[in-house]
Design a protein around this ligand. Structure first.
Ligand code: FE2
Length: 395
């Protein structure tokens, strides 16, 4: 019997055409807003994507009245509050987020403060927003966040070394623009780590307690696209189509985990980000197979199924228990990750990513209380979390 499920994906997605960012007029006109506020980070600001966007804004009768380009790798509360204040002063009527997950999450969180006032911390949790938010157009420039289609925003509280989560159906962007052209200048390392984040979204969404036939379909399609396109997307040239496919896969994985959430791998990764500053995609990449292995005893059937359906393994060996097939999937993911790590010249271990032994206790504490564990197929005790970190610590 199927358990209860629901499916809700309100974000209009347009994509597939390089240069789309400059041809959005017909998509933007129906908003009938004039004053636009844009959120970016310093790297994206340097790429002059606002200039690329300008013809679209002009055609729709819009003008940029405020630009906030100070978003760091993991956005934090003061940044969000500052963005909201600047946008409020400028009378912004609509938001654009051009960047990776941190930029899009900053725009979502700033939208909460802009429309509800006060301190962002007061709005932590799920489904507590009471007023409509401003329309938000999300333009992802990495290939992993999925935030362009999710109702989730994650913001760091640096005083407390915690990642705060905001979940509300109204946080889902109104429009997601998947312009493949913006991924062409993305450094190889970022393509690799953000796509591995998307793969983690897909796999965790499939394995988590809240999965449904609908989230499964998006998760499998995303995992399959990432398997086929990640290595070609890291080539020195001729990567355009592969990167476009990763961009689509990232949005698909976003739709999947927006419904069934993420699990132990993300709990481990959020802690690595909050405590040790490890970039989110790299943290997931390093912890992915540890997390899957810890779920082997209770979710072997799901790990085997997602591996088979997304063709990480070709077929189940005859007369083999499902746990052996699931182990084959994990072994294949280890091989796949090794190729990605070597091709993109990434660290193989937590130590290589800058984590030190004396951070382990704090890492375990923060991972143990992470909200992602709620949806994981089993409860993972702190001593096991410590062991997982130690297994990846490296020499
Ligand atoms: Fe993620």
């Amino acid at each position: 019997m199927l358990d209860f499920f629901q499916f809700f994906s309100p974000t209009r997605i347009v994509g597939g055409a390089p240069g789309l960012l400059g041809q959005l007029g017909p998509e933007l006109e129906p908003f009938r807003r004039k004053k636009v506020g844009i959120v970016m980070d310093p790297v994206i600001e340097g790429l002059n994507l606002i200039d690329v966007l300008q013809p679209s804004l002009r055609e729709a009768g819009m003008e940029v009245v405020a630009t906030f380009a100070d978003v760091p790798q993991d956005s934090d509360i003061p940044i969000v509050q500052r963005a909201a204040t600047e946008f409020s002063k400028a009378g912004v009527e609509m938001l654009f987020a051009i960047g990776g997950g941190s930029v899009i999450d900053t725009a979502k969180a700033a939208n909460i403060v802009l429309t509800h006032g006060g301190d962002l911390r007061d709005y932590q949790g799920a489904q507590i927003l009471t007023h409509p938010l401003l329309p938000l157009v999300a333009v992802p420039t990495t290939v992993g966040t999925g935030s362009e289609v999710t109702m989730v925003s994650v913001v760091v509280d640096r005083e407390d070394h915690r990642k705060l989560t905001f979940i509300d159906r109204t946080l889902a962007p109104t429009l997601a623009v998947l312009d493949p052209g913006v991924t062409y200048s993305l450094p190889t390392r970022l393509v690799a780590t953000t796509a591995m984040d998307a793969l983690t979204h897909a796999l965790e969404a499939f394995i988590d307690l809240e999965h449904s036939p609908l989230s499964d379909a998006w998760a499998v399609a995303a995992a399959n696209l990432i398997r086929q396109n990640l290595l070609p997307a890291l080539a020195p040239s001729g990567f355009e189509e592969a990167r476009a496919n990763l961009q689509v896969a990232s949005a698909m994985a976003g739709v999947a985990f927006n419904h069934s959430m993420v699990g132990i791998v993300h709990a481990l990764a959020h802690s690595l980000g909050g405590v040790a500053g490890v970039p989110h995609g790299l943290a997931n990449m390093l912890m992915l197979t540890e997390g899957l292995t810890s779920n082997l005893a209770v979710a072997a059937d799901r790990i085997a199924e997602v591996g088979l359906r997304s063709e990480f393994i070709s077929k189940q060996r005859e007369h083999t228990p499902v746990i052996a097939t699931a182990q084959d999937v994990i072994d294949e993911l280890v091989r796949f990750r090794r190729q990605v790590t070597e091709t993109a010249d990434l660290p193989h271990s937590l130590r290589g990513a800058g984590v030190t032994e004396n951070q382990l206790t704090f890492l375990v504490e923060r991972a143990s209380e992470d909200g992602s564990l709620v949806y994981n197929p089993r409860t993972v005790p702190p001593e096991e979390i410590l062991q997982m970190y130690k297994n990846v610590m490296g020499e």
